[in-house]
Design a binder for this molecule. Sequence first.
Ligand code: ADP
Ligand code: MG
Length: 350
Amino acid sequence: MHQEILESLETAVALLSQDRVIRYMNPAAGELLGVSVRRIQGTPILSLMPDVDAQLAMHSVQQSLTLHDIPIVRADNKNLRLTCTLTPVEVPVSGWVLEMTPRDRFDRISQEEALWAQYEASTLLARNLAHEIKNPLAGISGSAQLLARQLSSSRQLEFVDVIIKETTRLNNLLDGMLGGNQPAHWVTHNIHAVLEHVTQVVSGQLPEGIRLHKDYDPSLPEFVMDFDRLVQVFLNLARNAIDAMHGAGKLTIRTRIVHKMTLGNKMHPLVVAVEVCDTGEGIPPELIDAIFLPMITNKSEGTGLGLPIAQSIVHQHGGLILAESQKGNTVFRVFLPLTHEKENNDWGSL
Ligand SMILES: Nc1ncnc2c1ncn2[C@@H]1O[C@H](COP(=O)(O)OP(=O)(O)O)[C@@H](O)[C@H]1O
Ligand SMILES: [Mg+2]
């Protein structure tokens, strides 16, 4: 009965006895490690994972313990890095349960989950804050306008004018954060039509030293999207890339299809991936974890709203933007699932 449960798990699990010998391995683990689960029974863990063996030999693990970055060479010579968790057990044998997760997958899932959670938390904060500020701001601006009518001294009027101008500026900024309240406009379209529109707009403003390179997968199917909003996403990304290159470099726009990808707890069989790559200065390391938050910018004229708005629009398409950057090579990857239930609420706002 218990064994049946283990057999059906997608998680790779093995059972080790006190003498550090593999007593059982489920099919998921066999597949992960590239071994036959029947033949591996009775083999010392030393021959497969010396690091895990050493840990058990030295510390005779009494509590659950996670080991990161355990290297494995599979029978087919593929290198693999695993995150391994050891938990002491008494039944069916005295020993340990060993759970194994491929590190890359582990990293990617947690990175996506973290971004998704960060996005939702910051959205809520920004939106509430913007609403809270708008009400008193309307009061200040209204009162200043009334006051202006009462005043006759031009010097005093000048001051009140500053209040009116600055409250208007703040109000516009907050409207930018809250987005327009226009409903979504869903159409079936090809992503390349979006990208062609964007590159056309961008090439008009492209500095001479920047080359534009397109690498499209022409077989990408059409999907349901808000065309104008996706144009805004890729315009924001392309403009950031151009800004980062300071007049010289290469801007690459690449499209690919990705099979089986989990986005926001949902598995999508097919996802369109669009990469916007530049050879610019790179995202400052101290900003990389925060660039999708509102108001994060290192530009004197920047608003810090381009990326949060882009992330918001992609989120409404059921997708996600991930960024990876080092000096000379920055990639923004936009993942858009081909099938997604569209929502009509709060469209395109933060
Ligand atoms: N391609 C890129 N290369 C380097 N840094 C980038 C890139 N894209 C975004 N950034 C960083 O992220 C910040 C936030 O971008 P964004 O939200 O579009 O706001 P803004 O462009 O107004 O600064 C930028 O100020 C910049 O520091
Ligand atoms: Mg920007």
